[in-house]
Design a protein around this ligand. Structure first.
Ligand code: ADP
Ligand code: MG
Length: 236
């Protein structure tokens, strides 16, 4: 299935958003790096899935009812073998927020290389049309609102300027003993989302909101480990 098929399928099922697996496949179709992943339905499928992935892996609940998976107990990182995945999955299913939700399955995915967490988003302004945003992850976005916006389409220079505007931009150079991270890889993602041939310009009619939070940026790569695409209201 391609990105547009995922959108068609989600609409057919009267869904308001793409699930994480479909969202990542959609991103990958624009050349954004995502972790290799599989969806399993229960613990009995863990061993076969683990044999197809590089360990350790991350387990995540996939549910249209759960927006913030970690808050619900629906994310477990660093699982080293199939036994650990089975155990984590069984424990996950017992969390109250998960037990009472509609569950589409469990996403099992490879770990991204460690790095700096950033956020990239897309939205539609009624007046200006598609916008793209970037920010540093965690408290930088939530508490400090350290984000930068542009109207699409953006050029490479716009993307560079967006990064320069961030108060936390110094972190890209590596601070407090951390390795520097690839600004080039972030610029590349911004163009794939907000550029002329990017996701927002080509699919703005379908995508009301894109939230890629986080993208983990290391010295040479930027990997989108979470993705949520909210669809626009159907026209008919
Ligand atoms: P939530 O719905 O809570 O936002 P995420 O999918 O963003 O769930 O996962 C929560 C956190 O777990 C991320 O911010 C990141 O730190 C970590 N994480 C998730 N997936 C991966 C991955 N594939 N590799 C490394 N870390 C990950
Ligand atoms: Mg997230």
């Amino acid at each position: 299935m391609s990105g547009i098929d995922d959108i068609t399928e989600a609409r057919k099922q009267k869904r308001a958003a793409l699930d994480e697996f479909a969202g990542k496949r959609f991103l990958a179709s624009f050349g954004v790096s995502v972790p290799k992943s599989l969806v399993i339905q229960d613990a009995t499928e863990a061993a076969a899935a683990c044999s197809k992935l590089k360990l350790p892996v991350v387990l995540k609940v996939v549910s249209p009812d759960i927006l913030h998976k970690s808050d619900a107990g629906g994310v477990k990182v660093g699982l080293g073998n199939a036994g650990e995945v089975e155990e984590a999955l069984r424990a996950m299913m017992k969390h109250p927020a998960i037990e009472n939700a509609r569950i589409d399955g469990f996403l099992l995915e490879e770990m991204a290389p460690a790095g700096l967490e950033i956020v990239v988003g897309g939205l539609r302004d009624p007046q200006f049309g598609p916008l793209v945003m970037v920010g540093l992850g965690g408290i930088f976005v939530e508490v400090l609102a350290d984000v930068s916006f542009r109207i699409c389409p953006i050029t490479r220079l716009d993307a560079e300027e967006m990064l320069d505007e961030l108060k936390g931009a110094v972190l890209f150079r590596g601070a407090r003993g951390r390795n520097p991270v690839s600004r080039e890889a972030i610029v590349d993602v911004l163009l794939k989302i907000g550029g002329e041939k990017g996701l927002m310009m080509t699919h703005g009619d379908d995508i009301a909101e894109a939230d890629i939070n986080p993208i983990i940026v290391s010295e040479h790569a930027a990997v989108a480990v979470d993705a949520r695409f909210v669809l626009t209201q159907p026209k008919n």
